[in-house]
Design a protein around this ligand. Sequence first.
Ligand SMILES: NC(=O)C1=CN([C@@H]2O[C@H](COP(=O)(O)OP(=O)(O)OC[C@H]3O[C@@H](n4cnc5c(N)ncnc54)[C@H](OP(=O)(O)O)[C@@H]3O)[C@@H](O)[C@H]2O)C=CC1
Ligand SMILES: CC(=O)N[C@@H](CCC(=O)OP(=O)(O)O)C(=O)O
Length: 346
Amino acid sequence: MSEEVEGVGLRVGVVGTGYGGTELVRLLTSHPHVDELHLYSESQAGKGLGEVYAAWRDADLPLLPLEALEETELDVLFLATPHGASRELVTRWIGRPQVIVDLSGDFRFRDGAVYERFYRMPAAPRSLLEEAVYGLAEFAPPELSRARLVANPGCFPTAALLALLPLAKAGLLRPGSAIVDAKTGVSGAGRSPSLATHFSEVNENVRPYNVFVHRHGAEIEVYLGAGPVSFVPHLVPMTRGILVTAYGELVEPMTTEDLFELYRHTYAGRPFVRLLRPGTYPETKAVQGSNFVDIGLIATADGRKAVVMAAIDNLVKGAAGQAVQNMNLRFGLPETAGLVGRPLYP
Ligand SMILES: NC(=O)C1=CN([C@@H]2O[C@H](COP(=O)(O)OP(=O)(O)OC[C@H]3O[C@@H](n4cnc5c(N)ncnc54)[C@H](OP(=O)(O)O)[C@@H]3O)[C@@H](O)[C@H]2O)C=CC1
Ligand SMILES: CC(=O)N[C@@H](CCC(=O)OP(=O)(O)O)C(=O)O
């Protein structure tokens, strides 16, 4: 899918050896335009990645302390760190690597007060919030191509916004009518164990959580721009994947075929959006391990409501994959560079 761009070889760093950071390593180690890859870790510095993850036991990937960021010139630094930690790291290192791509929620809201309400911690300095470019890759603004700081979207917002933005941008979604029902795999909660992600709490169980108070509900509302959104996430017993089923009232009646044409037009030429023909619906297994988003849709018989379903891998399109896609767009590389792997199936 991707062609080589002569002469571009990036020096890349990744901070954090959690699930997001390690997924970045998986993608970046086979990226055709990454010349150098440096890994930084707060808790595991001095070890190799293979000591932290058995899957990497044969790899020569040393984990450097964060202070080593001082010593290396980087073109891109990915922060796969929790909110709060990312705020500190960006404040300290902005401008040193040419670009920082942050996977946390710290720079996704321009309005620090909204951030503080949902994340319950102090927001980053206003100048940085205003500078950050929200990297929903398929809708990224032209400023992405010169950004110093990219705020990689949340996993649920990525799926929900890709499902609903074509309608909202066309003025066809009735404000305040959107309902987003979402199911997520457990890796969305990161690698640190907790009671909620304990095997016996998750296995053979499905449960809603953070109903109407999840911070991703606020992120979806801000970037959808179609009034309040009712967002209900559910935890389901799988490792990777998000399936969003979004419902919205239409401002004017539409058929399923009208919807399909609108989405086909909106996503024409976007390599990671697989729009499914009416009558076919997305499933998480068909995107696992890949940067694809599969989108299916249908209108109600009276044409007054749309139901749009989107499936992504939360660790790829919902995190590390989209972060690499943003790096590609930022540096004028083929959008698909390093992201051509097929989904794992079954
Ligand atoms: N998991 C997912 O599906 C998604 C995650 N995200 C976001 O991406 C970020 C990373 O998520 P994920 O990898 O899943 O989380 P994990 O909990 O698996 O990993 C986070 C890593 O951050 C590092 N870290 C923790 N505290 C600090 C600190 N104070 N300073 C520096 N580094 C620190 C640790 O790495 P080390 O031990 O090496 O120090 C830790 O392993 C989070 O902000 C998350 O919200 C976004 C979208 C989807
Ligand atoms: C299963 C699970 O717990 N998922 C996480 C996903 C959040 C996330 O990763 O996103 P941020 O970067 O916005 O923190 C959650 O619902 O909070």
